[in-house]
Design a protein around this ligand. Structure first.
Ligand SMILES: [Zn+2]
Ligand SMILES: [Zn+2]
Ligand SMILES: [Zn+2]
Length: 323
């Protein structure tokens, strides 16, 4: 966090003086267009390429002290539409093969800017984990002529033990194969590959389920719950009829005070140890009321939650408005 002023706040000179949601080009981009020459020369064995692509910061709100679950549904809808618009623009950009929309939230994840924001990386290649997921979806499709994600959805909705929340168009659950204790996935019930295929009512339902899940996270331990949130979409070049858009949340908390660290077995062995049962954690989250800030009109309750959140959350930069 720059000491003088938050660059994402209106009045900083770096963003419009008035905005509701806004795309801000990353000041320290990993990828750019045009891309600089590689810093070193490669050879036939050690290959190098230009870091071609885009890195955006998505500003969720002009208020420095708010966060995704605290935004109104109408405001979240603006955010969903901005994600979609930017996704389409980046998809059309020559040389872009994958558009990854994500959010890192919380100091324990390494976030230095407390202003509510997410990011979008437009890659010149398909990131490795996505490539693996896509390959798995392709082989299931070839063997069963069915979308593996639709099959997961069907099983989860029938079983119900791992469900966290649902609305008309989306289902949130902790997958059978969760790596993190509170790992929630959100699937659209209709088979769609990416955000740009959403119908208007699905955009609204998506905003609603995002708010509901993140509010449950906050209410779980009474503090703003850190997480990594990623939107997994179809790649932007080629046909992927077997891919099904979804969101994956990875919160690092195992309990109120304990974090899950990626230590030797996870980092060096590539094997996640998860000492909790998806069924138990899903039951916990399903029971947590999301209603306090979901009901925007209920001022009293909403204030209660805000007071509780700011007590537990107060960080050194919090409380000092940067405008
Ligand atoms: Zn700010
Ligand atoms: Zn599907
Ligand atoms: Zn995925």
């Amino acid at each position: 966090m720059p000491s003088a002023q938050c660059p994402f706040c209106p009045g900083s000179g770096r963003v419009p003086d008035r905005y509701d949601v806004h795309i801000y080009p990353n000041d320290f981009p990993a990828f750019s267009i045009p891309a600089p020459e590689p810093a070193i020369q490669g050879d036939g064995f050690y290959r190098v390429a230009r870091s071609y692509g885009r890195c955006d910061v998505v500003l969720y709100h002009p208020d420095h002290h708010t966060s995704l679950p605290e935004l109104s549904l109408n405001h979240l809808l603006l955010l969903v539409r901005l994600w979609r618009k930017r996704f389409v623009e980046l998809k059309k950009t020559p040389g872009i093969r994958y558009v990854l929309i994500f959010e890192n939230k919380g100091a324990v994840i390494g976030v230095t800017m407390p202003h509510p924001h997410g990011q979008i990386y437009a890659f010149p290649f398909i990131p490795a984990r996505l490539e693996k997921e896509i390959a798995a979806a392709r082989s299931y499709w070839q063997a069963h002529r069915r979308c593996v994600f639709c099959e997961v959805l069907r099983r989860e909705r029938r079983d119900r033990r791992r469900l966290v929340a649902e609305n008309r168009d989306f289902t949130a659950f902790i997958p059978f194969f969760a790596r993190w204790p509170y790992e929630v996935h959100i699937y659209p019930r209709r088979h769609v590959g990416s955000l740009d295929e959403f119908r208007p009512q699905e955009e609204r339902a998506f905003a609603e389920i995002l708010k509901r899940v993140t509010m449950k996270y906050n209410n779980l331990y009474g503090f703003s719950f850190p997480y990594m949130m990623l939107m997994h979409s179809s790649p932007t070049r080629g046909r992927f009829p077997y891919f099904h858009f979804h969101v994956e949340f990875y919160p690092p908390h195992r309990s109120r005070r304990k974090l899950k660290y990626l230590a030797s077995v996870e980092t060096g062995g590539g094997t996640f140890l998860n000492d909790s049962l998806a069924e138990e954690k899903a039951k916990e989250l399903a029971r947590i009321p999301p209603s306090k800030t979901l009901r925007d009109s209920n001022g009293r309750k909403s204030l209660e939650v805000r007071a509780r959140l700011s007590r537990t959350l107060r960080t050194p930069t919090r409380g000092r408005r940067c405008d």
